[in-house]
Design a binder for this molecule. Structure first.
Ligand code: COA
Length: 386
């Protein structure tokens, strides 16, 4: 098929909704030998970007057939580029090309059109995340379109399918008011890479279930947590986003080890329910998940506090009917991941983020950015971009 026959236009829910969902079902994301996940958008393919301040979805058509789709969102976030600390960033996600139409330039054309929309809206940098071994995607963005490898955060997944965890009496867990949470985030995480300028909108979104802090019991004598800038010596904070309200996940195909484990653990659990064994939930039917974001910690005991907060969220998730996993994503070199309970079988140790400067004036600062080592650096992963 000739390149010129491809028509790219904005998504129109009335005519494209079912065709986009059908395309999504036909696309495997990632290499064939790995687990691949289907995203069930429950009749609203644009739901993943709907909560962003600005968003766009494009479709590609060939002879009236829908052959490709891409989504993008724009926001202002912390990106260290002196003299300014903030930049307009455009996030690219959900790129899919119909298997029968690949290697004909449709993927590149869609990215190019989305970049034009970013440029028209004064975006400084475009960025995207992909699985490190998704060769097609890495080659397309890095080799063909000039993106550079930027960060390799870890996606940590913990299944929800066990009795409640006991929370230590020595640790106090408090839910913050939105204003308190916003104040603490701006004060302690404002300079974290990709910290969103509109954190208040995220915290006030109906999908945000709340922000909690943990600290050693008795360390906060009086007053509200964080008021007047007073915080205990050791403390930790995180927020929870109910992603399952937006879309569901389902495993399409999994390695044999994963299938065997799931089957055996469920059988043993059925036969010996009194053995408090952890059985893997049924991931083959659509399920929801909680996403933990804005993890921050300070002080010598903060590792234990993070661990406890994660267990607390797990307990919360086990009360939600279709929530089968708790997920979070943290900077690749951030030691906080040592304190986040997760299953290696389900997690991804290195997600790959790639970035590209869209303005000539930003090319040098991008060079500086990508040269900065990510070791120990925290990263704010926006729940609206999951
Ligand atoms: C990734 C994907 C969108 C590429 O779409 P596409 O229309 O085939 O891409 P293009 O034709 O524009 O390819 C442009 C370049 O990307 C690279 N590329 C694309 N697919 C490739 C593959 N399977 N293997 C190696 N390189 C590949 C090549 O450099 C190619 O240029 P060339 O054909 O001149 O060699 C498509 O394979 C897809 O939908 N995959 C499943 C969903 C997915 O993984 N999405 C990405 C999530 S971020």
């Amino acid at each position: 098929m000739a390149f010129g026959e491809i028509k790219v236009r904005s998504y129109n829910g009335q005519i494209d909704r079912t065709r986009v969902e059908d395309l999504e079902r036909r696309c495997e994301v990632g290499p064939a030998e790995h687990v691949f996940l289907f995203t069930d958008t429950m009749g609203d393919p644009i739901c993943r970007i709907r909560n962003s301040p600005m968003y766009k979805m494009l479709v590609a058509e060939s002879n009236n057939e829908l052959v490709g789709v891409i989504q993008g969102s724009i926001k202002v976030a912390t990106v260290r580029k002196p003299p300014k600390d903030q930049a307009k960033v455009g996030y690219i996600l959900g790129l899919r090309v119909s298997p029968l139409h690949r290697r004909q330039g449709i993927g590149s054309t869609l990215v190019h059109h989305l970049e034009q929309w970013f440029i028209a809206n004064q975006v400084d940098y475009a960025y995207m995340a992909t699985e490190k071994n998704n060769q097609a995607s890495v080659k397309l963005f890095v080799d063909k379109l000039g993106y550079v490898n930027f960060r390799t955060p870890a996606i940590l997944v913990h299944p929800v399918n066990s009795p409640s965890f006991q929370i230590s009496y020595n640790i106090e867990i408090t839910k913050l008011k939105v204003e308190q949470a916003e104040f603490l985030y701006r004060k302690f995480m404002g300079s974290t890479e990709f910290f969103p300028n509109d954190i208040d909108k995220i915290l006030r979104n109906k999908l945000s279930l709340g922000t909690w802090v943990a600290y050693p019991r008795g360390e906060l004598s009086s007053g509200e947590f964080g008021s007047d800038g007073r915080v205990p010596n050791s403390w930790a904070m995180l927020s929870v986003w109910n992603s399952g309200e937006l879309f569901k996940l389902r495993i399409g195909k999994a390695p044999l080890t994963c299938l065997l484990y799931a089957k055996c653990s469920r059988l043993i659990h059925k036969a010996f329910p009194c053995l408090k064994m952890f059985s893997l939930p049924d991931f083959f039917h659509p399920f929801g998940f909680y996403f933990m974001y804005g993890l921050h910690r300070e002080g010598p005991f903060s590792g234990k506090l993070v661990w406890t907060l994660c267990k607390f969220v797990h307990n919360m998730a086990s009360n939600c009917k279709d929530c089968k996993v708790v997920v979070t994503e943290v900077g690749g070199g951030d030691a906080v991941k040592l304190h986040i309970p997760h299953w290696k079988l389900l997690s991804c140790p290195e997600d790959l983020w790639c970035i590209k400067a869209l303005k000539n004036s930003e090319r040098n600062s991008l060079y500086e950015l990508t040269r900065t080592p990510q070791a120990t650096r925290a990263l704010f992963v926006d729940p609206r971009e999951v």
